[in-house]
Design a protein around this ligand. Structure first.
Ligand SMILES: CC(C)(COP(=O)(O)OP(=O)(O)OC[C@H]1O[C@@H](n2cnc3c(N)ncnc32)[C@H](O)[C@@H]1OP(=O)(O)O)[C@@H](O)C(=O)NCCC(=O)NCCS
Length: 180
């Protein structure tokens, strides 16, 4: 596959998908912070606390077994997808699984960019020998549920009250897709 992929979003803007580099750290943080307290995603909250830790995280990552993909419009990162080896690759038993989370700036949602990022990640996963993709999604996040079911992910069960945010509890759907 080509490492760099370009396409037109539904608003006509050209989007470039490419793996991120350490120098994208500031822009990634900005893209992730754009939705303030939305917290509709989980995986990417493991990192990205500040620019320095983000930079460090990208530079020390094993890029053979993990993908950090940026969506770039007019030179600015507008979204990021993380596809991370299960259990940080520490367990041989789960090393074939890649866990996916993604996030776009609010103004760039609903334009087909998330779907393209997911397609990119699926191709990348196959080429890197992974056998399964997983995603964890809040039951309230209808757009994300649609995104993953459109890409043939299936529901593998619900974990009740999996997250507490303030005084609210959220159920989480585990979705998975096997790769041939
Ligand atoms: C979830 C998210 C990544 C989806 O990316 P996106 O670029 O907005 O999604 P797309 O435009 O590719 O649309 C994907 C599907 O979502 C559905 N969708 C699009 N807009 C929608 C809306 N307003 N409401 C409900 N579903 C919607 C459609 O089924 C669409 O597929 P289709 O165009 O083939 O019908 C993005 O909206 C986002 O960053 N949300 C906040 C963070 C988040 O929730 N991350 C996911 C957690 S893992």
């Amino acid at each position: 596959m080509d490492e760099i992929c370009k396409f037109l979003a539904k608003n006509g803007e050209e989007v470039t998908l490419r793996p991120v580099i350490s120098d994208d750290a500031t822009q990634i943080i900005n893209a992730l912070r754009s939705a303030s307290q939305e917290r509709s995603y989980v995986l990417m909250e493991q990192y990205g606390k500040d620019v320095e830790s983000e930079r460090h995280y990208i530079s020390r990552m094993d890029h053979r077994n993990n993908l950090l993909l940026g969506a770039v419009v007019s030179g600015a990162v507008v979204g990021c997808l993380a596809a991370l080896q299960a259990d940080e690759g520490r367990r041989e038993e789960t090393a074939h699984i890649l866990q996916i989370g993604l996030h776009l700036k609010q103004t760039y949602r609903g334009l087909g960019i998330g779907s393209q990022m997911l397609q990119y990640a699926m191709t990348w996963a196959k080429e890197h020998g992974f056998k399964k993709l997983e995603a964890s999604i809040f039951t309230t996040n209808k757009r994300s549920l649609n995104l993953f079911s459109n890409a043939d992910f299936t529901d593998e069960g619900i974990r009740r009250k999996r997250f507490r945010i303030g005084s609210d509890y959220f159920d989480e759907v585990c979705m998975g897709r096997l790769l041939e």
